[in-house]
Structure formats: C-alpha cells, structure tokens
Design a protein around this ligand. Structure first.
Ligand SMILES: [Zn+2]
Length: 411
C-alpha cells in the first residue's frame, strides 16, 4: 500500500464527529463554529504530515512543504471540509484529508518532492449559507465579485461578519494568491456524487472535465381570476403554461440531448399561490448542463423556442433571466495520461467519466492545468447524511492521487 489507510480512516472518522447530526450526517456550514473547529483539527494533521499550515483571509487552510527546486511551479492538492446543512461525511473531506495523507505518506516513504507542494482546504465550497459557493478558491484566484462580503445568511449575518467571527480579516483588495504559471498542476479527489462508477462496478474513475451549467430563471405572467367563475377558454393560467414548458423541456433533453446532457427544473414559485385563484405568475429555475458545449447550445436554443411558443399559445408573457453561464472545463490531457498509466499499474481499471457537479477544481482550471479523481459512492447519494463510500475505494483513489502527485512533484 502506498498510503496509510488506517490513518486516513481515523482522520475521516474524527472529522465526521465535528458538527455531527444523527448517526451519519454532518453540518459544518461555512465560517461557522464547527467549521473553525474542523479547520483547527485538520491544521494539526497537516502539521503532523510535515506541512507548514496557515489560514488565509478567506478562511482557506493552506499547508506547504518545500521542494528541493523551489523555483519550479508548484503542485497543489486539495478539496473542501465545509458541508451542506444536512450533509454527508465524505463530500470534500475524502479529497482534503486524502491530499494530506498523500504528503504524509510521501514523507514516510522517504520521497522529497522537487516541486513544492501545497495542500488546500478551500473555504465555503458548498455555498449554502450565503447562497454562493466556491468562495475560498475564488478568493485565491482573484475572482470574487464586488459586494460578496456583504451577502447575508438567513440570520442576517454578513459574510464579512461571519469571517471575522471565524477569526480572519477578509480583504478583497489584494492581488490574487496565484498567477498563471505559478502552479504546474492542481489535483482534486472527490466522491463521484453520481451513480456511474457504481453502475460500472469500478472503485475509482478519472475525470474528463466538469460540465458547465446554464442557470436560467423563467417568469411567466398571465392573469389571476376566480377558480370558480372564469371559463376555461378565457384563462391565462401561468401554472398550466409552466407545466407544459417543463414537460416539453424534460422530453427535449431526453430525446435530443447527448449522452451527457442533463436538464432540471428544481424550484418554482407560484403567485398568488392560492387554491381558488388561477395562477397569475410563475417563476421557475432551469439548470442545463453538458460537457459537450455544442449539444448544450443546441438544446438551449430549442428551450427558448419552447418557452416562446408555449407562452404564446397560453396567452402568457414570458421573461428569461440568465443567472449563470459556465463553459465546460476540461482536465489536462497530460495529467489524465499520468493518471491512466498509474491506475493501470495499480490495477484499478478506472474508466473516464465527466463531472456534472462543479468543484473547487472548476475555479482552479482558470489558473492552471488540473486533474480529478472520482471515488465510487453508494447509489450516487450525496448532500445527504446517507452519503457513503467504502473505505477500500477511498484508499484506492487516494493511492492513485499519491502516485500521480509523486510523478508530477518529481518532474
Ligand atoms: Zn464537494
């Protein structure tokens, strides 16, 4: 074994105790007391692994071990240790603690890296507290937007206040921590959060890229009226129109999407939302993603047409607001090649698959080449206390992370 699986298991179990809910769940919201406690504990593990660790102004925990050739671009490994309010034990933590284990094992195995290595536990990846995630990594990359520190949580606490309470002094005016060329590669291991590896009966996969989402908010406006008196032909029912659009969208993605296209309407608001009033206004979200940008664009155009035609036929006014548009970000071929060679040596028979969810790696891809390793998780369940990954699978994934990190750090 390349890494110490027992130690990794112990760390995962100990971390799962912080913010524990029920038998298997965790709640470690960004910048919370539990988050701070977790950061302190993990910082201790970094130091045991031989890393010099610090917490930056965004709440990121960063550990560093110097290489023998300090002028070379560095290798960065990492993921996150914050969680959803009703989250699981493996999301983020497998990769963050796995990265520390890699460095710890390298030292124990007598390997001194040529490149310096940094391990990062990125702060607020999940985004549930302030309704905007991948915060820490965007801070490092200089990609935070104005006003982000003024975003409030449900209690009315701003991010700035929360970070102060957490114990750091946030500052958006500084220059990014990393420039292009500073980092040779970023590697992240994560549980798959999907069912593909389980379906293929493989413990570990190599990620091809992170698919880019388009997020839209669609508003349909009709006319309210008494549910008992307005005859059917005279109605401008926004809810019936919305239902028709959602059904057609689902059918469109299923019949005309590529193998990797997924489309979801996950949230809807109905006004005035009363059982005896015809719905005047309906607002719903659209999440459309694909690793294949051409396929996504084609479907997006068709969706716009569906919204336009359906609204017209139901006599509704429609408006489409674009909330997010991200392009797919592909993993570097040279990193995938190294992973492929190493997984073959380890006998993992690892398939290549794409990532539907985004990760810290998505942002890192704007400053350096990146690679990702997925670990099988039960039924693809995540963001849920039922989230589960076999320790054996995590060890295999971290073994591949180790082998890849050793190759790159020595190159
Ligand atoms: Zn995650």
């Amino acid at each position: 074994m390349l890494i110490n699986g027992d130690r990794l298991k112990r760390h995962l179990e100990e971390l799962a105790e912080i913010g524990k809910i029920g038998e298997t769940g965790v709640c470690r919201l960004a910048h919370s007391k539990e988050d701070r406690q977790a950061v302190e504990v993990v910082k201790g593990w970094m130091e045991e692994a031989g890393l010099t660790a610090k917490i930056d102004g965004f709440g990121n925990l960063i550990g560093r071990v110097e290489g023998t050739e300090p002028d070379k671009p560095i290798l960065v490994l990492g993921s996150h240790i914050d969680s959803q309010p009703y989250g699981g034990r493996f999301d983020g933590t497998a990769g963050a603690l796995g990265a520390i284990e890699v460095v710890h094992s390298m030292r124990e195995n007598g390997i001194t890296p040529a490149r310096s290595i940094e391990v990062i536990c990125f702060s607020d990846e999940e985004g549930s507290r302030f309704n905007k995630g991948i915060f820490g990594v965007r801070g490092l990359a200089g990609m935070l937007e104005e006003g982000e520190l003024e975003r409030k949580d449900k209690q009315g606490i701003t991010r700035r206040e929360a970070l102060k309470e957490f114990g750091v002094e946030p500052d958006l005016s500084g220059s990014p921590a990393y420039q292009k060329g500073d980092i040779e590669a970023f590697l992240e291991l994560h549980i798959e959060q999907g069912p593909v590896l389980e379906q293929k009966n493989r413990p570990v996969g190599i990620v091809s890229g992170i698919s880019g989402p388009i997020w839209l908010t669609v508003t349909l406006e009709g006319f309210a009226g008494h549910a008992g008196s307005v005859p059917m032909p005279m109605r401008q029912d926004a809810l019936v129109g919305a239902s028709e659009i959602i059904r057609k969208f689902d059918e469109l993605v299923k019949t005309e999407g590529s193998e990797t296209t997924v489309g979801t309407v996950g949230s809807m608001q109905v006004f005035p939302n009363s059982r005896n009033i015809i719905a005047e206004k309906v607002e719903f979200t659209v999440d459309l993603r694909d690793i294949d940008l051409e396929a996504r664009t084609k479907l997006e155009e068709k969706l716009y047409k569906i919204i336009e035609e359906t609204s017209a036929s139901f006599d509704l006014k429609s408006e489409i607001k674009e909330d997010t548009r991200s392009e797919p970000r592909y993993c570097a071929d040279w990193i995938k090649d190294i992973m492929k060679e190493e997984e073959e040596k380890l006998g993992l028979d690892a398939p290549t698959l794409m990532s539907g969810p985004f990760h810290d790696a998505l942002i890192m891809s704007y400053i350096c080449d990146y690679g990702m390793i997925f670990v099988r998780c039960e039924k693809g369940i995540s963001h849920n206390p039922l989230e589960f990954a076999e320790m054996e699978d995590i060890e295999k994934g971290v073994g591949l992370l180790y082998a890849t990190a050793v190759r790159i750090s020595q190159s």
